[in-house]
Design a protein around this ligand. Structure first.
Ligand SMILES: Cc1cc2nc3c(=O)[nH]c(=O)nc-3n(C[C@H](O)[C@H](O)[C@H](O)COP(=O)(O)OP(=O)(O)OC[C@H]3O[C@@H](n4cnc5c(N)ncnc54)[C@H](O)[C@@H]3O)c2cc1C
Length: 640
C-alpha cells in the first residue's frame, strides 16, 4: 500500500448493534480497531435521543436510509399493497394506491438507520428476548454447544443494564452497557378505555381482566422455563436509559472511543471513521495454488451521503477512494441488506450473479443474499362505538411542541422531567395458534389507538385514523417464508440492492401454516372486539375488511381475508441473508463462529447472520450476537 494506508488489528464495517459493540469490545480487549460507518454522528439530534420521538427518528433524512422492497415476484400482486411508495414527478413522495400520473413506483419502504448506531439509533427500541429455540436451533444446525440457550442468557445478563426491575432479579443484568427501561403504572392512569379493551383481550388469552394493569407491568423477558409457551399480556421494555433517552450502539461506541486513561490519553485504540462507505473487501492469495484467500483490508469511498439510500444523496456525492488494512481480521456488520451486497461486490457470492456484473470471483458462495426473512405483520383494525377517552389535560402542564424550536418539554426532558420522560402505553401480547411451526408462541401483538400499516417516508398522502380507532399489530414469530433475496442491481457500490421477500412463494406446508396462523389471529381479534363491553364496545372490525358482520367465530370470508393478508403484509425486521449453517449445507454463508466460508480473516456479524428470524424483535438478539462474536474473535486473536 501507499504511505497513506492505515493499519489496524481489526476493521469493523457498520456501527449498528451487530458491529458497534464488537468493535468496542475488541478495543477494550487491547486491540487497535477501525470502525467504519457510512453515516455521521447524530448523537445530539433529539429525534434520535428522545424515546417518544421514535416516529421522527426513522423519517429524519439525516438519520435514515431508504430501501424499497417488493414482496412478490408477481408485480400485479405487488400493486395490491395499499401503502406502496411512489415518487411524484416533482420529486416528493406519494404513498397509496392512486399515484398522480407519471409517478415512479419505488416499492415497500424499508427504512434503516444510516448513521452512527445503525438502526438502533432510529428503531422503536422494543427489547424482547427471543425464544430459547432460536439459540438451540444454531446448536442443532452446527453442533456448536456454545450457542446453548443457557450461555446466551449469560451473555444477556452480562450486557444488560436494567432500570425497571429490582437489582438481583435472576436472568437480568444490572451492570452492563445496554440500558433497558419499561413504562410504569403512570402511563395507564386515566387510560380506562384502553384498559377495557386490553382487559377483554387478556381474557381471550386465559387471563383475568381484573389483573390487566398488573399484567401490563409484568416483564416479558423473565427467566422462566415455560416462557416460550406463556400466552398473555406483558409490558414492553425498550432500549433506553432511566431518563428516557434512547440507548443505541452509538452510546457504547462513543463511551469507548472517548474514554481517557490515567495519563489523559485515549484509553482504547478505537478509531471511528464516519462518512465512509466501504465498497469492497481486499484479499491476498486469491487464485493461489495452495493458500486460501485472506481478507487484508477494505476499500472505501469517503464523503457524506455517498450511498444512494441516503435521502441527501445526489449525483455529486461521489466520494474519494481510500483503503485501510487489517493485521488480523475484517468484520462486516452492514446489516441484512448491506452485508450481502458488500460480500458480492468483493467477489463472494453466487458465481453467475457476480459474472453478470463483471466482478472477479473470490469464492462461489451461493447462499449470499438468499434466505431473506422477516417478522411479517398485518394490523387488525376496528372502530369503537365511541371515541377513546383520554386523561384530561393537566392545565399546569407545559405545552409540548414535539421538538419545534423552544419546545419547553425538551428543556424539561434534559433535566429529567416533564412529559418526554415517560414511556408510551406499550404492551407485549403473546399468542400461540394451532398453526405454530414449533409448538411455542407464534405471535407477538401490540394494541393501542394506532395502526401500523407499514412504513413510508414523509408524505402528505396518507389519511389519519378517527379517534375511535383501535389497532392490533400481529407480528409473526417463527415465520416460515424464507426465500427472499438481496440481489445486486449493478456493480456500483453506491446503488442499493434489489430486495424481494418472495413471500409465501415456496408454497409449502410452512408458508400455508403462516397464512392460516395470521387468519386465525384475525378471527380471534374480531371475537375479542365483539366482546368489548358497551359503551365503548363492541368494536366493529374494519381491517381486514368484513362486509356485514363476522360470524361468532370471527369468520368473514377466509379466502378474502387471506388475500388481504398476503397483499397488505409488511415487515421491518429483515434478517438471515448471510446465514450461519451446517458445514454440509452449501447455502450456509457462515460457520458457527461467524467466519465466511472459503476465505480467511473475514466474518459477518449482524442481523444477516441469524439462520432464522430471532423471536419477534431482532435488536436485542443482534446485540447478544455481537457479544457472542466477541468471544469467537478473541479466541482466534493469537492466530494472526
Ligand atoms: C423503523 C425501524 C423500527 C424498528 N423497530 C425495532 C424494534 O422496536 N425492536 C427491534 O428489536 N428491532 C427493531 N428494528 C430492527 C432493528 O433495529 C435491526 O434489526 C437492528 O438494528 C439490526 O442491526 P444490524 O447491526 O444488523 O444493522 P443496522 O443496525 O442496520 O446497522 C448497519 C450499519 O452499517 C452501516 N453500513 C452499511 N453498509 C455500510 C458500508 N458499506 N460501509 C459503511 N457502513 C455501512 C449503516 O450505515 C448502519 O449504520 C427496527 C428497525 C427500523 C428501521
Amino acid at each position: 500500500g501507499s504511505s497513506n494506508d492505515k493499519y489496524y488489528d481489526y476493521i469493523v464495517v457498520g456501527s449498528g448493534p451487530g458491529g458497534g459493540p464488537l468493535a468496542s469490545n475488541l478495543a477494550r480487549a487491547g486491540h487497535s480497531v477501525l470502525l467504519v460507518e457510512a453515516g455521521d454522528n447524530q448523537n445530539d439530534n433529539i429525534n434520535s435521543e428522545i424515546v417518544s420521538f421514535f416516529g421522527f427518528a426513522y423519517t429524519d433524512p439525516t438519520l435514515r436510509w431508504d430501501f424499497f422492497a417488493r414482496n412478490f415476484a408477481n408485480e400485479t400482486r405487488n400493486l395490491q399493497h395499499n401503502h406502496l411508495t411512489w415518487r411524484r414527478p416533482d420529486g416528493s413522495f406519494y404513498v397509496g394506491r392512486d399515484p398522480p400520473v407519471d409517478s415512479t413506483l419505488l416499492g415497500i419502504h424499508y427504512p434503516r438507520g444510516g448513521t452512527l448506531g445503525g438502526s438502533s439509533a432510529v428503531n422503536a427500541m422494543s427489547t424482547v428476548y427471543p425464544s430459547e429455540s432460536d439459540w438451540q436451533n444454531v446448536v442443532d444446525l452446527t453442533g456448536d454447544a456454545t450457542w446453548s440457550p443457557a450461555h446466551m442468557r449469560e451473555i444477556f445478563v452480562r450486557v444488560e443494564n436494567n432500570h425497571y426491575l429490582t437489582p438481583g432479579t435472576p436472568g437480568h443484568g444490572f451492570n452492563g452497557y445496554l440500558d433497558t427501561i419499561m413504562s410504569n403504572e403512570t402511563v395507564w392512569t386515566g387510560q380506562d378505555d384502553l384498559l377495557t379493551v386490553l382487559g377483554t383481550l387478556s381474557e381471550h388469552l386465559g387471563q383475568n381482566p381484573a389483573d390487566i394493569t398488573a399484567n401490563l407491568l409484568s416483564d416479558p423477558n423473565a427467566l422462566n422455563p415455560t416462557r416460550d409457551q406463556a400466552q398473555g399480556v406483558f409490558g414492553c421494555p425498550q432500549h433506553a436509559n432511566a431518563g428516557w433517552r434512547r440507548f443505541s450502539s452509538r452510546d457504547y461506541i462513543l463511551e469507548t472511543a472517548n474514554a481517557l486513561g490515567a495519563n489523559g490519553q485515549k484509553k482504547y485504540q478505537l478509531t471511528v471513521q464516519l462518512n465512509t462507505l466501504v465498497t469492497k473487501v481486499l484479499f491476498t492469495d486469491v487464485n493461489h495454488p495452495r493458500k486460501t484467500p485472506r481478507a487484508e483490508g477494505v476499500e472505501f469511498l469517503q464523503g457524506q451521503s455517498v450511498y444512494s439510500a441516503d435521502p441527501r444523496h445526489t449525483a455529486s456525492n461521489q466520494g474519494t477512494v481510500g483503503r485501510a488494512y487489517a493485521r488480523k481480521e475484517v468484520i462486516l456488520s452492514g446489516g441484512t441488506f448491506n452485508s450481502p451486497q458488500l460480500l458480492k461486490l468483493s467477489g463472494i457470492g453466487p458465481a453467475a450473479e457476480l459474472a453478470q456484473f463483471n466482478i472477479d470471483l473470490v469464492v462461489d458462495l451461493p447462499g449470499v443474499g438468499t434466505n431473506l426473512q422477516d417478522n411479517y405483520e398485518v394490523p387488525v383494525v376496528g372502530h369503537a362505538a365511541r371515541d377513546f377517552q383520554q386523561p384530561p389535560p393537566d392545565p399546569n402542564a407545559p405545552v409540548c411542541t414535539y421538538g419545534a424550536p423552544g419546545d419547553p418539554c425538551v428543556d424539561l426532558w434534559r433535566q429529567g422531567q416533564g412529559p418526554y420522560t415517560a414511556g408510551a402505553a406499550l404492551n407485549s401480547i403473546f399468542r400461540k395458534t394451532a398453526y405454530a411451526a414449533y409448538d411455542e408462541r407464534d405471535f407477538f401483538l401490540v394494541g393501542g389507538m394506532f395502526a401500523l400499516r407499514g412504513f413510508w417516508p414523509p408524505t402528505d398522502s396518507v389519511p389519519a385514523d378517527p379517534p375511535n380507532m383501535f389497532g392490533l399489530s400481529t407480528v409473526k414469530i417463527n415465520p416460515q417464508s424464507r426465500s427472499g433475496t438481496v440481489l445486486l442491481r449493478s456493480g456500483d457500490p453506491r446503488d442499493t440492492p434489489e430486495i424481494n421477500f418472495h413471500l409465501f412463494e415456496e408454497n409449502n406446508a410452512g408458508t400455508e401454516l403462516d397464512l392460516n396462523a395470521e387468519l386465525d389471529t384475525v378471527k380471534w381479534a374480531r371475537r375479542l372486539f365483539a366482546d368489548v363491553p358497551a359503551p365503548l364496545g363492541p368494536i366493529v372490525p374494519t381491517e381486514p375488511p368484513c362486509p356485514g358482520t363476522p360470524a361468532a367465530d370471527g369468520t368473514c370470508n377466509d379466502e378474502t381475508d387471506k388475500e388481504w393478508i398476503r397483499n397488505q403484509i409488511f415487515g421491518h425486521h429483515p434478517t438471515s441473508t448471510c446465514a450461519i449453517g451446517a458445514d454440509s449445507n452449501p447455502m450456509a454463508v457462515l460457520d458457527s463462529k461467524f467466519r465466511v466460508r472459503g476465505v480467511r480473516g473475514l466474518r459477518v456479524v449482524d442481523a444477516s447472520s441469524f439462520p432464522r428470524v430471532p423471536g419477534p424483535f431482532p435488536v436485542l438478539p443482534t446485540f447478544m450476537l455481537s457479544e457472542k462474536a466477541t468471544e469467537s474473535v478473541l479466541e482466534d486473536a493469537n492466530l494472526w
